[in-house]
Design a protein around this ligand. Structure first.
Ligand code: 13P
Length: 251
């Protein structure tokens, strides 16, 4: 059966020193704790190796926030999936709305990145989500379906290794959360889109996380929904207490 996952996305926050401290705080709080979800922290590239050295991998996974669609070579400033993997990371966020919006990442590119991540044994946390205008003009189900369908040339075996994160762009960093019902409706829709392509077993086993102003005060209600399998957390992942509060929503 699918896993519950709480993943932090630190985005472009913290220096290496601050990141080590935050990772260490989260690690200490997880020690000896019974938890009902997998925990992952996704950190800037610069932090991966040092954070890897201070966390216990039995307690949490480590992820990057992006990787290149290319294997290696003359791509100045890029970081490959093999490089990410070699730091000790297990996960990589792909297709975050900030990458799509500010860096023009396309569906084709994201498929190539996903293939690279999978080739190198990383678990992609693949983000989808509509912008406010699409929510308001009613096209949001189609928009999100087409973002998921961008991966449909993957084999069933490859697709079954992916975690999906639904992040309505209008809810990211705005303090405006999707209601638990809005999240559930979209997650069920995503699961149906996956089922239509890959069948019920793969759809039922795909973890679909919610992201967008998720915090300790609303996590329980969101995670109680049958198709919401956890969260991808931005702002609230930058503080050990609030991140733990979200993890504890599964208690
Ligand atoms: P916030 O939790 O800050 O809204 O960010 C969500 C997000 O983008 C996680 O990837």
């Amino acid at each position: 059966m699918r896993k519950n996952i709480v993943a932090g996305n630190w985005k472009m926050n913290t220096t290496v020193e601050e990141g080590i401290e935050l990772a260490d705080q989260i690690n200490s709080r997880l020690e000896g704790k019974e938890k009902n979800c997998e925990v992952v922290i996704c950190v800037p590239f610069t932090h991966l190796t040092s954070v890897n050295a201070v966390i216990d991998k039995d307690l949490m996974g480590l992820g990057a926030e992006n990787c290149s669609e290319h294997e290696k070579g003359a791509y100045t400033g890029e970081v490959s999936a093999a490089m990410v993997k070699s730091t000790g990371a297990s996960h990589v966020i792909l297709g975050h709305s900030e990458r799509r919006q500010y860096f023009g990442e396309t569906n084709e590119q994201l498929l190539a990145k996903t293939q690279k991540a999978l080739e190198h044994g990383l678990t992609p946390i693949f983000c989808v989500g509509e912008v406010l205008e699409e929510r308001e003009n009613g096209t949001f189900n189609d928009v999100v379906a087409s973002q998921v369908e961008a991966l449909f040339s993957l084999s069933p075996e490859a697709f079954s290794k992916i975690v999906i994160a639904y992040e309505p762009v209008w809810a990211i960093g705005t303090g405006k959360t999707a209601t638990a019902d809005q999240a559930e409706d979209m997650h069920a829709h995503i699961r149906k889109v996956i089922e239509d392509k890959y069948g019920k077993e793969i759809a039922d086993n795909t973890s679909i996380l919610y992201g967008g102003s998720c915090k300790p005060s609303n996590a329980k209600e969101l995670f109680a929904k049958p198709d919401v399998d956890g969260g991808l957390i931005g702002g609230a992942a930058l503080d050990a207490d609030s991140f733990m509060g979200i993890i504890e929503a599964f208690d």
